[in-house]
Structure formats: C-alpha cells, structure tokens
Ligand binder design. Structure first.
Ligand code: PEP
Ligand code: MG
Length: 597
C-alpha cells in the first residue's frame, strides 16, 4: 500500500512534550437506543445475544469488584454485590427476554423498556435508601447496553503508544479510558483552560488542542507525532521526520512523572511570606500526584467525574466511598469537594437538553438547585464521609448570596435528617467559588456568609471577558492577564480578607509560574493547582520577594489593556528574575499589541 503523505496540523500546545505514537480515535461517547423488529426465526439468536451480554456484564462487575476490594477493602466493595444480584436476577432477565419475544424487539430496546419501568417504580419509593438503589439499576442497564454494543467499556487498556484523538475529549470517554497509559492527547476543539487541557496537564502528558478538522483526517492506528512545543501534530510522518523526532525526543523527553517533588508543604517567598500549595484533582490518574508533588491536600476536587460514567444517579454510598478515598489521598490537609459542576465545560453533553448557550445555561449550582435530589444525595454523601475525613464543600458558580443561602439551607436540612436518623456524620465548612462577575461585584456580601472563597480564574476570565474558554476561534481574546480580570481577583481577595476568611486561587492561573507570582502580588497566599505544576510554581515563588511582586501587580492594575499588563510582566519579570523565567515562561508579545505595531 502506498504510504500516505505527511500532514501537519496547527493547534495550541497546552501541555508540554513531544510524543511519537499511534492514533486511538475516541467517538463522542453518546449511546442511542434504537428499536428494530426481529424476525421470528431470529428471536432465539436475539435472546442468546442478550444472555451473552449478561455474562459479559457479570464478568466485568466481578472484575471491578475485585479491583475495588484491593483498593478500598472488602467492606467497601460490597456495593457491587447489588449489581451482581441484579444481573443474576432471573425475574429481571426473564422480563427482558419476554420483551424480546413478545414484542419481537431487539435486545437493546428490551433492556431500555424493562429498565425504565423498574426505575420508575423505584423512583416512587418513599424510603431514601431503597430509592437510591435506582442508580444500581441504571448502572446495570447501561452496562448491558454497552455489552450489547460489543464495545468493552471499562478502562480500555491502551497500547503503550496510544495518542488519543477526539473532537472534544468528553468526560464520558475519560471515565472509560485507562488514562494511565495514554501518551498524548490531540483534539479539534479547546483552549488553554478547556477540560482536555487541564486533564492533560493533570496527568502530565503532552496535548495539542484546537486542531479544527484534524479528527476526521485520522484513523485508529495511524502514526502520529504530537509536538506541543511547536503547537502541532504530524499525521503519517515521513521516515525523515520520524528520524529527526526520535533523535530530538531521546535528548529531551523526560519520563512520565519526572520531576518528582523534593519538598512538600507550604513554600516561602524570599521575604518570608508563606504560601499554601494545594492540588486540583479530577480523575484517579491524577491522585498519586498529590503526594508525589508535595501538595497540602486537595484544594479542588472536581467531583463531576463521578457522574461521567454513571449518570446523575450515582448512589449516596458510592459517592461516600469516593470522597473517603480522595480524603485518604489528601491526608491531614483535607479535601475541598466542589459540588457537581455540570453543564458549561463540564459534562454538558450528558445531562442536558442541548442549550443555545450552555455556558450561560442551567449549569453548576443552578443545575443542583433545579435537580435538588441530585444535590441532596451528594450533600449527604459528603456529610457522611466527613464523619471520618477532613472535608469541606465549595459551591460552583454562585451568582450572589441567594444561591448560597439556598445551598446552605439544603446542607443544614440534610444534616438535620442525618441526626434524626441517628447516622454518624461530620459538619463541613462551606465556601463559594468566585468565578462570575456578579459574585465579584457582590463579594463583600458573599464573604459574610461563607467560610472561604475559591477563585476559579478559568471561568472568571471566560465570564469577565465573555470569551468561551473552549472555543479556539476566540482564543486570542481569552486574556488571563486582562486588567479587568486582575481587578476582579484583587477585589475578591480584599473582600475575603476584610471579612477574615481565607481565599484560595484554584484556576489554571495558579498553575502557571509567572501568573502565580502575580497572584502573590495581588495578595493571594493560598493556591491550588494541577499537581504536576507544583514543583515549578514552588520554585518560582521560593525565588521571589513578594514586595516586588506587589509593586508589579499594582502597576498592572493601572494598565488599560491586556497587552500593557503582559508587557509589564515580560519586562519586569525578565529583569528581576531572569534565573526564574526564560522568554518561554512569560507572555509572548502579540501581533495585536498596539505598541508593537
Ligand atoms: C475555574 O473555573 O477556574 C475552576 C477552577 O473550575 P473549572 O476549571 O473546573 O471550571
Ligand atoms: Mg469553574
């Protein structure tokens, strides 16, 4: 066969590194169940197809149960017994087989119909515990559907050189992938703070996003080079290109996870300002970075991941286990669990009717307040886990005090119910994510009714500047160092400190050494970041005097444009700290900079 021509695609390198590997295409993860009529002669084969799916699902659950036993102990793995029981329940499988026979329906349709019927029965049950078993049914039904589709769902194990290529890396796909073995990511959409970018940096693999029409040009198994340093991917690289890259990568590629932490705990600037260094985590592949890179616990646990594979009906018990596990990883410094941040960038594709404007739609805390049962289940799971673990809760994307008051009253009611039921639980502090302009403008009021602030700079940039963080078409307008963003941070920090509450900055700004210095200049002393970023941010902060950072930040606050701020940062950082920041660590001079033209 003729060797295809080498093709280069330009994008945005969002996680450093170069990888030569093989394409693994990810579909969009959605599953649609269609109905078709089965010929009488084929009914027996259809029933057989169904019973094989049941066997496959049983094997999978048993394997997962074993894995869970190893990771969490026997006491915790018993929840999978419910799944085994359901799959072995002859009444249930009999009903599905009858549906196939009587309606001459395909097995998928029969599973959907019988599953829905059972689920609606469960949803009417008064008892909370029993009602929640509905999520087990949903899970088992999903598993059967996947088994019928012939796709193996659980942790597709990847070849050693798999480069994941997708239009947009959906959380559902992430949940099913064995990301520990992924070598790199390449996606059509996305920007610096998109989900894919954050994930790639979190697990420490190279990524190029915003590649536009790349996905449809690929086939699984194609040879590929992902070169984030040059913001590009090369499909079907020629022998010459490959030879050049092999030589280059041998000299510069660090093994995965290199740069392990020499130190842990807080960092001190040269003038003695202590900065707390926490980790942001989402997927289990990031967990070991918390200890390895010396984080002081988990400052942001993006809990939506739990829903990626299972839908919103993840049971209280299963969530409790997950929160206990993150708490174990975080140790004495504890974990801040963000209530499900659904919609917008996160899992928008799975839980909502398509919205015209998802970033401004029913997302984050709005989703929880509209779907109270989902929020209440999560709150109960957190309170129960807090009986033996250091946990706090943070509310995503609150607009003002009314969102917070409604959430706090739900939290209080759930705590009261647990007391009445005699179940052991722990009280939790409640914080507010400050990530939309209304919250910034009302920060003084919000600070009076919460225990802490968390500044989500990714969304703060997006909403302050009205620039979609995942849309590469407007990436040039996504200016983290825009003066309006700096003023918002300044104002929020001041509001927190004058109310006497702590403020953690947890957006990607905190993961970027030069930006982290500017945050210190604005008064931040508590940062939460991608675990792999901890060593570099630590190094930068340990090498600066916070008074210099303050002086620079004050000048930046007086700027008119993002270009002006970036110029100041580039020039002053370059002069003061050439040993800490090379040109590539500082904002690039832009074509748009009027002073440049
Ligand atoms: C943020 O918005 O900055 C943030 C930390 O949360 P996420 O990136 O998950 O929206
Ligand atoms: Mg956010």
């Amino acid at each position: 066969m003729e060797q295809p021509h080498e093709l280069r695609f330009k994008g945005l390198g969002v996680s450093e590194g170069i990888v030569v590997g093989q394409v693994l295409r990810m579909h969009d993860g959605s599953r649609h169940v269609y109905h078709w009529r089965i010929n009488v002669a084929d009914l027996e084969a259809e029933r057989l197809r169904f019973s094989s799916a049941v066997q496959l699902a049983l094997q999978q659950v048993t394997a997962i149960k074993k894995q869970a036993e190893k990771r969490m102990g026997k006491d915790h793995a018993y929840i999978f017994d419910a799944h085994v029981l359901l799959l072995e329940d002859e009444k249930l499988t009999g009903d599905i087989e009858r549906q196939i026979t009587d309606q001459r329906a395909n097995a998928e349709w029969a599973v959907e119909v019988v599953g829905d019927r059972l689920l609606s029965l469960y949803s009417e049950i008064k008892d909370d515990y029993l009602r929640e078993r509905g999520s087990d049914i949903e899970d088992v039904m999903q598993r059967l559907l996947v088994a019928l589709s012939g796709v193996r769902p659980q942790h597709r194990s990847l070849s050693e050189d798999a480069v994941i290529v997708a239009q947009d890396l959906l959380p559902s796909a992430v949940a099913e992938l064995d990301l520990e073995h992924a070598r790199a990511l390449a996606t059509d959409t996305g920007g610096w703070t998109s989900h894919t970018a954050i994930l790639a940096r979190g697990i420490g693999i190279p990524a190029v996003v915003g590649l536009r029409d790349f996905y449809r040009s690929t086939r699984t198994g194609d040879k590929i080079i992902v070169d984030s340093t040059r913001n590009e991917v090369i499909l079907h690289p020629s022998a010459d290109t490959l030879a050049r890259y092999h030589a280059e990568s041998a000299s510069r590629m660090k093994p995965r996870g290199a740069g392990s932490a020499m130190v842990s705990g807080p960092v001190r600037t040269l003038d003695g300002v202590e900065v707390t260094m926490r980790a942001n985590v989402e997927v289990p592949a990031e967990f070991d970075g918390v200890e390895r890179f010396g984080a002081q616990g988990v400052g942001l646990y993006r809990s939506e991941f739990l829903l990626a594979r299972r839908g919103v009906a993840v049971s209280e018990q299963e969530q409790q286990l997950a929160y206990e596990e993150v708490a174990r990883i975080a140790g004495d410094d504890g974990v801040i669990i963000r209530l499900f941040d659904l919609g917008g960038e996160n899992l928008r594709e799975q839980f909502q009717e398509p919205e015209k404007n998802p970033a401004l739609g029913l997302r984050a805390i709005r989703f929880g307040l509209r779907n109270e049962e989902v929020m209440r289940t999560q709150v109960r799971a957190i309170l129960l886990a807090a009986a033996n673990a250091r946990l706090k809760v943070v509310l995503p994307m609150v607009a003002d005090v009314s969102d917070i008051k409604r959430c706090k009253s739900i939290i209080q009611q759930e705590a009261d119910n647990l007391t009445k039921a005699g179940r052991a639980f722990g009280e939790v502090s409640v914080g507010a994510m400050i990530e939309v302009p209304s919250a910034v403008l009302m920060a003084e009021n919000i600070a009076k009714i919460v225990d802490f602030f968390e500044l989500g700079t990714n969304d703060l940039v997006q909403y302050t500047l009205a620039v979609d963080r995942g849309n590469d078409g407007v990436a040039d307008w996504f200016r983290t160092l825009h003066p309006s963003v700096l003023h918002s941070i300044d104002r929020s920090l001041k509001a927190a400190f004058s109310a006497g509450i702590p403020a953690i900055v947890c957006g990607e700004m905190a993961s970027t050494p030069a930006y982290a210095v500017l945050l210190i200049g604005l008064g931040a002393t508590d940062l939460s970041m991608t675990p792999t970023a901890l060593p570099r941010v630590r190094l930068a902060l340990a090498g600066i005097d916070s008074r210099d950072a303050r002086a620079i930040a004050a000048d930046c606050l007086n700027c008119e444009t993002a270009d002006d701020v970036e110029n100041i940062v580039r020039e002053r950082f370059g002069k003061l700290w050439p040993h800490l920041f090379s040109a590539k660590d500082l904002p690039e001079r832009r074509q748009t900079d009027s002073k440049n033209n």
